[in-house]
Write a protein of this length. Structure first.
Length: 281
């Protein structure tokens, strides 16, 4: 006989609670890094100390130092504000714009829906990273251009998701009943449709933050994002390449932070998905 699912299992699907708790801890630490990095970082992330260049991990420098003697741990802590913070902003803006675009397409007349979805198809027809590279290169280097480029390639996915949900929900009996009572289209969306769409958006947004982080750091690694001496994780990995043979810590610790962060958001997104679909083991 199949074992009965525990309340935690029923709530979070197949994701082990230990992993969820660890992921939440990682995200909580990242929030501290972003909001109050000076509470954790022992040194100024851009202050040079040439006398201590390329020093290995120690009690004085947990993650060692870089070619300028700067504390890598402090740079990783402050870098969360640029890498993770920017990823969160990109995803939230893309989700908001995609939500509005998809809702209008789903509730509008057929011709408007077709036109708006053809616009979405144009964006989705290009390889995402290639399009982001082209936009960022055309605008110019910097985190602002990276944010704009990634937002442009990210919103169409949300628009298509929301439009599909709206088309499905607007045929539900409770929506039809509200429409028969004379409820306006705006009120239908606000009260009877969008609250159900938000459940799907929560999962998508949480998972996409990890993907956006990888994209932000990748563009910085390619030289299109942050510029030295900004302590951004992708830029740290790029600057560390010439020194990997003598200073492995310089590249490894920022890379581990990217991996941990992306994995943590993926785990939380998977847990939310299991919670909302009511998965049982």
């Amino acid at each position: 006989m199949e074992a009965r699912a525990t309340p935690a299992r029923r709530k979070w699907g197949r994701t082990p609670m230990s992993l969820i708790n660890l992921a939440i801890l990682v995200v909580a630490l990242l929030a501290i890094f972003i909001v109050i990095p000076e509470l954790v970082a022992p040194r100024d992330p851009i202050e040079l100390d040439v006398g201590n260049r390329l020093v290995g991990p120690s009690a004085a420098h947990l993650f060692g130092t870089d070619e300028g003697g700067r504390d890598v741990f402090s740079r990783v802590v402050y870098g969360a504000r640029y890498s993770v913070g920017l990823a969160v902003i990109i995803v939230l803006i893309a989700a908001l714009f995609g939500l509005m675009f998809g809702a209008i397409a789903g509730m509008g007349p057929r011709r408007l829906d077709d036109l708006m979805m053809r616009i979405v198809d144009i964006f989705l027809g290009f390889p995402a990273l290639v399009l982001a590279l082209a936009i960022a290169a055309a605008i110019g280097r910097g985190l602002g251009s990276v944010a704009l480029a990634l937002t442009i390639i990210w919103w169409p996915g949300y628009a298509r998701l929301v439009r599909g949900e709206v088309l499905s929900l607007k045929e539900r009996p409770h929506v039809e009943a509200a429409r028969a009572l004379g409820v306006s289209t705006v009120a239908l969306l606000r009260r009877h449709i969008l609250p159900f769409v938000f459940h799907e958006l929560n999962v998508r947004v949480t998972t996409d933050i990890g993907y956006a982080l990888v994209a932000v750091t990748a563009l910085s690694f390619l030289g299109l994002g942050a510029q030295s001496p900004t302590p951004e994780w992708g830029l740290l990995i790029r600057d560390s390449r010439p020194y990997f043979g003598v200073a492995w810590w310089y590249m490894v610790f920022p890379g581990v932070m990217i991996m941990l962060t992306a994995t943590a958001f993926s785990i939380i997104g998977d847990a939310l998905s299991g919670h909302q679909t009511g998965e049982h083991p």
